[in-house]
Design a protein around this ligand. Structure first.
Ligand SMILES: Cc1cc2nc3c(=O)[nH]c(=O)nc-3n(C[C@H](O)[C@H](O)[C@H](O)COP(=O)(O)OP(=O)(O)OC[C@H]3O[C@@H](n4cnc5c(N)ncnc54)[C@H](O)[C@@H]3O)c2cc1C
Length: 390
């Protein structure tokens, strides 16, 4: 016998679980979210907070379907950030309105064609040198700078803002087991607490594989793509920029986080994080120092502290393990499995989940009483969890 009957049980409190929960509740569903660690504590707080509009996806020189799908995301996010969208993110701190793309020398010919493409000109703007932001305003800088209309968010305030709106429906769990009923799923959440849900949404990132197995599924299949991110902290300029390399992926992506003591954390991703996967932290820090010395040699990174973060991206499996082109939502037998591929795709995932519920005739029912489970904590930014800086 279950303790409560609800409409939707959402597993995982990253960006997808939280955004989807807010949308489900706004649509009238009695929905609860179950988190086995900390809200945001998977990939979401560890992400670079960039609301991609497809520019990065289009760096191959042609606009793919995914570049088109993701192109719709920034407007949805901007409306939410303004407090006029499908959810209210007006409390979220915007770290940067724009990012920059820079090339250290002359652009490879494929890149030049890409920059000349009309569709890209609407998304990015070549800057005259007089408008170059720091540190590209230095006389030593010889490359070109483009401005991208893609914002960067403070993930901590993003998770906090969402958590505050839905906290009365979020619960901490240690584990879960599933049993198929005629009307949906029975989920045991502890020795004492079990619920019945008409449908289950798996939004647990890397945890989806284990949850699917617990529900007796081996599909859809998941892939992980590891990264070895770099963090450095010191008196650095706030910079939000991608360095263009020879390939379709940025050679280096820098996002910045001002700390209350006046220092700034630079969080480094891009190719350096992909190629650093097999390296020890010391080797990865050495590689990061070499990249900065080559790409921004005049920026004084001598007096900064370094740390690294190994982390996996969790996605639907693709042939060859490549990045999926789009957000992924699968509905099978009242289990909806979601991997957004990108933070920016969270609104698209939430809409697809709502569509899947309508298609499966899962209608909102009456509200539910509180469950006797604790609340999950909110996670922290990766650099706030570093115990030893180098
Ligand atoms: C280093 C890095 C940088 C990135 N930068 C960007 C970027 O700048 N822009 C962008 O658009 N995307 C970026 N991404 C991708 C983006 O972060 C992810 O696509 C997105 O955060 C995934 O969100 P999610 O909610 O699906 O999963 P997650 O954020 O991983 O959340 C999953 C949640 O489920 C919980 N959980 C796990 N197992 C269980 C279980 N069994 N039961 C209950 N709960 C469970 C976890 O604790 C976690 O809270 C980046 C990713 C990484 C790793």
């Amino acid at each position: 016998m279950a303790d409560a009957r609800i409409d939707i049980a959402v597993f995982g409190g990253g960006i997808v679980g939280l955004w989807t929960l807010a949308r489900l509740r706004a649509a009238g569903y009695a929905a609860c979210l179950f988190e086995n660690d900390a809200l945001g504590g998977g990939q979401t707080l560890a992400s670079q907070g960039i609301i991609h509009g497809g520019t990065k996806y289009a760096l191959t020189g042609k606009l793919t379907g995914s570049a088109m799908a993701i192109g719709e995301m920034p407007a949805i996010w901007r409306a939410a950030l303004a407090g006029t969208g499908e959810i209210d993110l007006s409390a979220v701190r915007l770290l940067a309105e724009h990012q920059y793309l820079w090339s250290s020398g002359s652009l490879a010919s494929g890149m030049a064609g890409f920059f000349a493409a009309k569709v890209m000109q609407s998304r990015m703007q070549a800057l005259p040198s007089r408008d170059y932001p720091a540190p590209f305003d230095a006389p030593q800088f010889r490359g070109s700078v483009y401005r991208l209309d893609e914002p960067v968010l403070d993930n901590a305030s993003l998770v906090q803002a969402l958590a505050e709106q839905v906290s009365d429906a979020c619960y901490a769990i240690r584990g879960s087991s599933f049993e198929r009923l005629a009307s949906g799923w029975k989920v045991s959440l502890s020795d004492e607490v079990a619920i019945e849900a008409k449908a289950v949404v798996l939004a647990a990132g890397k945890g989806n594989a284990g949850l699917l197995a617990a529900a007796g599924r081996n599909r859809p299949r998941m892939q992980t793509r590891p990264l070895h991110m770099l963090m450095l902290r010191g008196h650095l300029p706030a910079l939000y920029a991608h360095c263009l390399g020879a390939s379709a992926n940025p050679r280096l992506t820098i996002t910045s986080y001002p700390e209350p003591d006046g220092r700034v954390v630079w969080y480094l991703g891009g190719q350096v994080a992909e190629e650093g996967v097999g390296r020890t932290p010391a080797e990865q820090i050495a590689a990061g120092k070499a990249e900065l010395a080559e790409l921004l040699p005049w920026v004084d990174a001598g007096n900064v502290e370094w740390a690294t973060l190994p982390i996996d991206r969790a996605e639907v499996a693709t042939p060859g393990g490549k990045r999926p082109d789009d957000a992924y939502v699968d509905h099978d037998d009242r289990i909806i499995t979601c991997w957004p591929t990108k933070l920016a795709f969270a609104p698209r995932v939430a809409s697809l989940v709502l569509d899947a519920l309508v298609a499966a005739d899962v209608a909102p029912g009456p509200a539910v009483a509180q469950l006797s489970l604790p609340r999950p904590p909110v996670g922290e930014l990766p650099w706030h969890g570093v115990s030893t800086w180098n």
